[in-house]
Write a protein that binds this ligand. Structure first.
Ligand SMILES: [Zn+2]
Ligand SMILES: [Zn+2]
Length: 290
């Protein structure tokens, strides 16, 4: 293993130029993903006839990264089967609570490229605060205040009579007139009189989510362009971070990464690269700022 201070990415790799990659998606995610990857020179073949919702829809718990990746991988493989492509793309998102204090809605997106030509996969990922809010309302004024706060109508809403478990969901609420009608009819059939209002998690109805999918795709694009220094395969990237960057004030180790492990999934070439920063902001220090 080499230890050095190189922080510049490996040279550009035009491996994906002129190649066709299938993209299995519903909810119009191709409009986010395809333009970003088109700068790699590849052709994206859209596969939209498969209902990806049968592979599971959003829950209110954030899954393990491995499970989320497995779902994205299965979607990519289905697209490859339908299209006959040796290269396939798919994405998978999840919502939960933020990993810091657990109070903020959190959205993690993965975009996976399965490459059966050389037998690798490349993973793009992004996670940050997302739009995933809900409210139990008995009055229209409460529901319309909530809608204003979450950015309706760009952000779509869903409604259920009674509570979050009622199966009589009303989806695709994209206008104020429809929202008010739907609210009143849900309230009318709710024996409790309450209506459960929730932000729509699907990409086409959730602008914040679309931005995070774009960031995950940019991450994937960078890795597609990053060549292994040993065998030249694409996808040479950081796969693990080592915390412990010293605090700028007291010098104690922080949770901020001091180095990353870079790995080629094709030939196993790897190295530890120190991060560009030498000292961490004391705001991340458990001693100075517990
Ligand atoms: Zn390699
Ligand atoms: Zn400190």
């Amino acid at each position: 293993m080499r230890h050095d201070r190189r922080v510049t990415p490996a040279p550009l790799n035009d491996y994906y130029k002129e190649k066709t990659i299938s993209l299995l998606t519903k909810h119009r995610k191709e409009s986010i993903i395809a333009p970003i990857l088109s700068s790699a020179g590849c052709r994206i073949e859209l596969i939209s006839q498969f209902d990806t919702d049968t592979l599971g829809t959003f829950t209110r718990e954030i899954p393990r990264v491995a499970d989320q990746l497995e779902t994205a991988r299965r979607k990519a493989r289905i697209g490859m089967e339908i299209s006959g492509c040796a290269l396939g793309l798919a994405s998978e998102g999840s919502f939960g609570s933020d990993p810091f204090i657990g109070l903020m809605p959190w959205n993690r997106e993965v975009v996976v490229l399965v490459d059966d030509i050389i037998g690798i996969e490349i993973i793009g990922m992004a996670e940050e605060a997302g739009t995933h809010h809900h409210l139990a309302a008995s009055r229209w004024e409460e529901a319309s205040d909530f809608a204003n706060r979450v950015g309706f109508p760009d952000q779509y809403l869903t409604l259920r009579p009674n509570n979050q478990n009622d199966p009589r969901i009303i989806k695709d609420i994209t206008s104020w007139a429809h929202f008010e009608d739907a609210f009143r009819s849900a309230a009318a059939i709710a024996d409790t009189g309450w209506v459960f209002v929730e932000t729509d998690g699907r990409a086409h109805g959730n602008p914040t989510r679309r931005q995070i999918i774009a960031k995950a795709t940019e991450d994937l694009f960078r890795k597609m362009q990053s060549a292994c220094p040993s065998c030249g395969s694409p996808g040479y990237a950081a796969v693990q971070s080592f915390p412990g960057l010293p605090c700028a004030d007291c010098g104690n180790p922080t949770k901020i990464a001091r180095a990353q492990l870079w790995l080629c999934r094709k030939c196993g070439e790897h190295e530890t690269r120190e991060t560009a920063r030498q000292l961490a902001d004391p705001i991340f220090c458990d001693y100075c700022n517990p």
